[in-house]
Design a protein around this ligand. Structure first.
Ligand code: KIV
Length: 267
């Protein structure tokens, strides 16, 4: 049995100054590949709703849909710490529901931690979940589940008042028991201030190089999501044209009877 990274291992990485690499993942084959590369944490993000399922935003994805992705990833038995994102409305209504739904991710999904969006206003929920020994990763700044309040995907914490609010949010989620916090879409100088103020690791996305670690959406780094490519994404491959070429080659071979050939057929 492979030894999986724990939240303790991740905390030690901040202490030793080793940067933490996290990626999103939603399926078994990709989980196997990225785990064999040595990624530290895998986030089964609710971004699955957008990049995998084709919804307009992350709001429609359900607990059952998220559990489907979580189970697929866990079947790869990753060595990375796997975190399940809690979908919109799975933790906001009552603390009892938040505990129950987080528990499903652990018990049915098999992950070791959950992620929930929000700062100070959600701290009672973070505390309640961590009090039943379910590790929580917090997520502040540009929180995609708050798209309607923010009026779109906009950089947060720009003015001094907003920046102070975000620092207060970061300190509050740490005090509530979060083992790490995602900082999304905030100025890099603010991310540095937050990272220096916390003893738990900060994981940045669109928050500059000063965080303890980074996370990106796998479809974005592979060039699989052509709808839009935010400024903070670095594309490490252009997979869409590769897939197009393979599919076009197959279609053309079938149409011209070049496939299947003798070696693909049984006697
Ligand atoms: O759902 C997701 O992919 C996320 C990351 C972008 C942090 O929450």
């Amino acid at each position: 049995m492979v030894k999986q990274k724990s939240i303790i291992d991740i905390g030690k990485m901040k202490e030793s100054g080793e940067k933490i690499a996290m990626l999103t993942c939603y399926d078994y084959p990709t989980a196997r590949i990225m785990d064999s590369c040595g990624v530290d944490m895998i986030l089964v993000g609710d971004s699955a709703g957008v990049v995998f399922a084709g919804y307009e935003n992350t709001l429609p994805i359900t607990m059952d849909e998220m559990l489907y992705h979580v189970k697929a990833v866990m079947r790869a038995h990753p060595k990375a710490l796997v975190i399940a994102d809690m979908p919109f409305m799975s933790y906001q209504i009552t603390i009892a529901e938040a505990k129950l739904n987080s528990g499903r991710m652990i018990k049915e999904g098999g992950v070791a931690a959950v992620k929930i969006e929000g700062g100070e206003p959600i701290c009672d929920t973070i505390k309640a979940i961590t009090d039943i020994d379910i590790p929580v990763m917090a997520h502040i700044g540009l929180t995609p589940q708050s798209i309607h309040r923010m009026g779109g995907y906009k950089v947060q914490g720009k003015g001094s008042e907003q920046a102070e609010r975000l620092i207060a949010d970061a300190l509050a989620v740490e005090k509530a028991g979060a083992f790490a916090v995602v900082l999304e879409g905030i100025p890099q100088s603010l991310a540095v201030r937050i990272t220096e103020s916390l003893s738990i690791p900060t994981i940045g996305i669109g928050a500059g190089a000063g965080c303890d670690g980074q996370v990106l959406v796998i479809h974005d780094i592979l060039g699989l999501c052509e709808k839009y490519s935010p400024k903070f994404v670095k594309r490490y491959a252009e997979c869409s044209p590769i897939i197009s070429a393979a599919v076009s080659g197959y279609i053309s071979d079938v149409k011209s009877s070049r496939f299947p050939a003798a070696e693909h057929s049984f006697n």
